[in-house]
Design a protein. Sequence first.
Length: 125
Amino acid sequence: MTVAPHPLMILVAGPYRSGTGDDPARLAAHVRAMNETALSLFRAGHLPVTGEALALPLLEVAGSARPGDAAFEEIFHPVAERLLARCDAVLRIGGTSAGADMMVEQARAAEKDVYTALAEIPAAR
């Protein structure tokens, strides 16, 4: 078993809007899937983060009325990109997602580790 030299800060990247038709219940289900994965990472000793955890409260304060509006475009993906710059790795989960795929591409370009399953992630010390 591989062991990480320290707990990793891992961005959980998965679909948010994809396949939802912007239905609030489906959006919430996508956030819940990312949060459930994040909880597993936390319990394994790592520091999981999601862009949604930071972006969604900012969107509310910025007055965003719906996904895709001007405030959403200003904040949503830029938050994830800035967060990714601070992370050690990305865990890509779920189905089709241009945004999550963009996070993977940026992580690889920055020579960060990219995982596609929890079992691939080294244990935390």
